[in-house]
Design a protein around this ligand. Structure first.
Ligand SMILES: [Zn+2]
Length: 147
């Protein structure tokens, strides 16, 4: 998903997204984004905190890290992968991903926008009268490199 991202263009998008979300891209928030960008693969909060603390040369508390991840998620820059309990960069410019395909081997995540799937799920939830709270739908598999 983010192999093609240059840090400069991600940072540029982050500045715009944060501005639209009414938050500032503080050095620490930028460091979290940069850490995810550099990792090139989803990270658990624990891994992020550890890598961030090392990069910053000081201990970053879990509360600050979770707060930052929540803010960056709300701004559409970071996505939590529920099934893997990890975080990755979100590459969807409009933040709309209907399916997350995750690799059981390397953890790689691909975001897919699929209006047909979205409509089908909306239709199903209407029919059965069940409000869906977990979106996007996560599907596990093995990527080309791991297969
Ligand atoms: Zn893989």
């Amino acid at each position: 998903m983010h192999e093609g991202y240059e840090w400069k263009s991600l940072r540029h998008r982050a500045l715009i997204a944060c501005d639209q979300a009414g938050i500032a891209l503080t050095p620490l928030r930028e460091a979290v984004l940069h850490g995810l960008w550099k990792a090139r693969s989803p990270r658990s909060a624990y891994e992020l905190i550890s890598e961030l603390s090392e990069a910053q040369g000081r201990r970053i508390g879990p509360n600050s890290a979770y707060r930052i991840l929540k803010l960056l998620s709300a701004a559409g820059l970071v996505r939590r992968v529920e099934s893997k309990k990890t975080y990755c960069l979100s590459g969807m410019p409009d933040g709309v991903a209907d399916i997350l395909i995750t690799c059981d081997g390397c953890g790689h995540v691909i975001e897919v926008s699929a209006k047909g799937v979205r409509n089908l799920l909306d239709q199903c939830s209407d029919t059965i009268g069940f409000q869906l709270s977990a979106r996007p739908t996560e599907i596990a598999g093995r990527c080309h490199d791991c297969d």
